[in-house]
Design a protein around this ligand. Structure first.
Ligand code: MSP
Length: 501
């Protein structure tokens, strides 16, 4: 078996229910997945849920259920959301899966034995929500968490440390040798400077947190949730076969995900993450892999954050956008496409209903939808049956190949916004062609010339249907059905216009 194109989302915390921010990371990866499959790659798309830690214990307690009941429930909600959003993942890992926990324990003991993990004690300022310590230099004035803006808790504990500091030079060398590893570039410098500033060893166990993976050789400790979570990328893909005693079980698991060995997956081609967890993926995780003697992923990409109508999304503000509700109302595909046209991928963006409606009308209803319906209406009158191949030698066909090349280039950069800009731009050019050539008038004097224009439009639309498939799989399929060779039927608009109430 050859190496798969292996791509991952972060695994989502189950301390609250999923919203549009979580959907954003996953849809981005789903788009890439579908595109790469179109190109014939054997993609393996991994997602899942991050289920240990004090926060999750707290959420369960507040609901009066056990952590296990709570995590089962929220993890299932994620799966439902991915189904509703048409996410085509291949594997879903939960950090409470026995196969994952075994690998975490095996890795911990291995690193302990080789001296990359050692026992010590720690005092510091801890944010219970981030599950992370902050230095004086990182804290906000008044000792507040830089993310949650709430007071940090002073914690003293006996803990095991991972020798992160040992990997400082190796990391810097790796970044220098692999300039595409950290992406986008404008986020890479921050990481490089952080590492240059000096790395301190990382506390990787907790004695206060019960809901975690116990350390085998010292069960008073549980493994720090981030150390546990990052391992998902290798535990899900059969690292267990290399580390664990129970080979039969792990071979069984490999079979289930259609692979023969860990090397079919590893190294990952891409870890897609949000900007606030970039550091974990570009410093800690690579150092862990170095300690394990495993190759590093090809790329870590950090996207930006969504606010809603100018505000940070929060339960307290009551402005959390549920993508499934939005999809029920406007269709899942327009929601998927909106998120990637509105904001350059990598940067922060703001969600508002007005901008959603504006984009829907201008990009979809008035542009692609209108082009499809006017072309098919005119073709029904002037062409009759659609041929399998339309206008293969035309200027439109040539132009489409140029656009396709540009699109491929933008995918290489994960510039999803530019991919859509190119697709919508091409649809705009075709609409202009209709306005200029006026096939309905041309048909009165030269039916053949009118048919030729219409077939060019059909040709262009077939390209569009294929290009939009990663973003709007359902719509693309319907477009392809309408454009398939044969008789043209009467169709309802693909994107009914949204009116302002
Ligand atoms: N459990 C960790 C990840 C462990 S990976 C080994 C975690 N989970 S999370 O549920 O908090 O966040 C998961 C993803 O959702 C992150 O990529 C994050 O950036 C994304 N988003 C959550 N809210 C977001 C917005 N408001 N906007 C865009 N994405 C955001 O971190």
């Amino acid at each position: 078996m050859s190496k798969k194109f292996f791509i991952t989302t972060p695994i989502y915390y189950v301390n609250s229910v999923p919203h549009i921010g979580h959907a954003y990371t996953t849809i981005a990866l789903d788009i890439l997945d579908r595109y790469k499959r179109q190109k014939g790659l054997d993609v393996h798309f991994l997602t899942g849920t991050d289920e240990h830690g004090a926060n999750i214990e707290k959420s369960a307690c507040a609901q009066g259920v056990t952590p296990k009941e709570w995590t089962d429930n929220v993890s299932a909600q994620y799966k439902e959301m991915w189904k509703a959003l048409n996410i085509s993942y291949d594997d879903f890992i939960r950090t409470t899966d026995a196969k994952h926990e075994h690998v975490v324990q095996a890795i911990f003991e291995k690193l302990l034995k080789q001296g990359d993990i050692y026992k010590g004690s720690y005092s510091g300022n801890y944010c219970l929500s981030c599950e992370q310590y902050y230095d004086e230099s990182e804290m906000l004035e008044g000792g507040l968490c830089p993310v949650h803006k709430r007071p940090l808790t002073e914690v003293h504990e006996e803990t095991y440390f991972f020798k992160l500091s040992k990997y400082q030079d190796a990391l810097l060398k790796f970044y220098a040798d692999h300039p595409d590893f950290l992406s986008p570039k404008y986020r890479a410098n921050e990481i490089i400077n952080f590492v240059k500033g000096g790395l301190r060893d990382l506390s990787v166990t907790r004695t206060k947190v019960k809901w975690g993976v116990p350390v085998v050789s010292d069960p008073a400790h549980t493994v720090y949730v981030w150390f546990d979570a990052l391992i998902n990328y290798v535990s899900a893909t059969g690292l267990g076969t290399l580390l664990c005693e129970d080979k039969a079980e792990h071979e069984e698991q490999l079979k289930k995900i259609g692979a023969q060995s860990f090397e079919d997956f590893w190294p990952a081609n891409l870890h897609m993450v949000g900007k606030e967890i970039f550091r974990f993926h570009s410093v800690i995780w690579p150092a862990m892999l170095m300690a394990l003697g495993l190759p590093l992923p090809t790329k870590v990409f950090a996207h930006g954050w969504w606010t809603v109508e100018g505000e940070k999304m929060s339960k307290t503000l009551g402005n959390v956008v549920n993508p499934v509700e939005l999809a029920d109302k406007y269709g899942v595909d327009p929601v998927r496409a909106f998120l990637f046209r509105e904001v350059p991928f990598g940067q922060d963006g703001d969600f508002s209903m007005q901008s959603f409606k504006n984009r829907y009308n201008s990009d979809l209803a008035n542009n692609i939808g209108n082009l499809l319906s006017r072309t098919l209406n005119m073709a029904a009158k002037n062409v009759g049956d659609l041929p399998a191949e339309a206008a293969a030698q035309s200027a439109t066909h040539k132009r489409a190949l140029e656009v396709e090349k540009a699109i491929d280039g933008h995918y290489d950069e994960l510039a999803f916004d530019k991919v859509l800009e190119n697709i919508y731009g091409f649809a705009g050019e075709l609409n202009k062609l209709v306005d200029e050539k006026k096939p309905w008038e041309l048909a009165k004097t030269d039916k053949e010339a009118a048919a030729a224009v219409l077939l060019e439009l059909v040709c262009g639309l077939r390209f569009i249907a294929q290009w939009i498939a990663p973003f709007m799989p359902g719509i693309a399929q319907e477009m392809q059905r309408r454009l398939a060779p044969g008789k043209i039927e009467k169709y309802a608009p693909l994107f009914p216009r949204l009116e302002d109430k």
